[in-house]
Design a protein around this ligand. Structure first.
Ligand code: MN
Length: 224
């Protein structure tokens, strides 16, 4: 199953991140999460086949076409993850803070499955911060590399910028979900709820699944 790696890497009794399940619904969402972990990076995610295809962009996206950004292909994430903002406890996989830096929809140019296989995705983004045409291009794999490295590249169009323009990462550092900066999330307990904006006493301790009377096991996980 597509999310096995995602699930294996996480202890869901300890992290408030959603447990992974493949969604049956289909859409074309994209999300970029700013993740202040061991090393600050931006997680770039495109919805494809009921999961979020994911790349860790160490320096974040650039609107300047000549500034190609390394994008390390990482494990598929569940669709619910796109809504996640909060704290991953220290010592857990990806421990640190996460904000929803941008989100919206994406439109592939050509067949995205073929693009993934070929190592070249071309697409349009319609987000709150990012727009226009983009490319993800896979680099040749080197021996002993665990992940395949790609480059995230902005096309030269009306949404592109020049090196002299303000840097979008500095100009717009805030969450599109809550308006907070990643530093503002840092002081919060792991059980902070991105839905209510408050610390949920139930989930501040090890997260437990919400049991709904009469509920059957469904494709979508219980969201903590
Ligand atoms: Mn990350």
């Amino acid at each position: 199953m597509a999310l096995d790696t995602y699930n294996k890497k996480r202890d869901f009794t300890r992290t408030p991140e959603p447990k992974g399940a493949t969604a049956r619904k289909r859409g074309n969402s994209f999300v970029i999460q700013k993740h202040d972990a061991t090393r600050l990076h931006y997680d770039f995610r495109l919805e494809m086949d009921g999961v979020l295809k994911s790349w860790a962009v160490t320096r974040g996206p650039s609107l300047v076409p000549s500034e190609k950004r390394l994008a390390v292909h990482v494990e598929d994430h569940p669709l619910d993850y796109g809504d996640f903002e909060g704290t991953i406890p220290k010592g857990e996989y990806g421990g640190g803070t996460v904000i929803v830096w941008d989100r919206g929809t994406w439109t592939p140019v050509g067949d995205p499955k073929k693009g993934m296989a070929k190592g070249h995705l071309e697409f349009e983004l319609d987000g709150e911060k990012l727009g226009g045409r983009w490319h993800l291009v896979r680099l040749p794999m080197k021996p002993r590399e665990k992940h395949d490295n790609w480059l995230l590249i902005k096309s030269d169009d009306a949404h592109a910028a020049t090196p002299a323009d303000p840097n979008i990462l500095e100009q717009r550092p805030e969450s599109v979900k809550t308006g907070r900066q990643v530093e503002e999330v840092a002081g919060e307990e792991p059980g902070w709820s991105s839905k209510t904006g408050k610390i949920d006493k139930k989930t501040a301790k090890p997260a437990t699944a919400i049991t709904v009377k009469g509920a059957k096991t469904a494709a979508l996980p219980d969201f903590i």
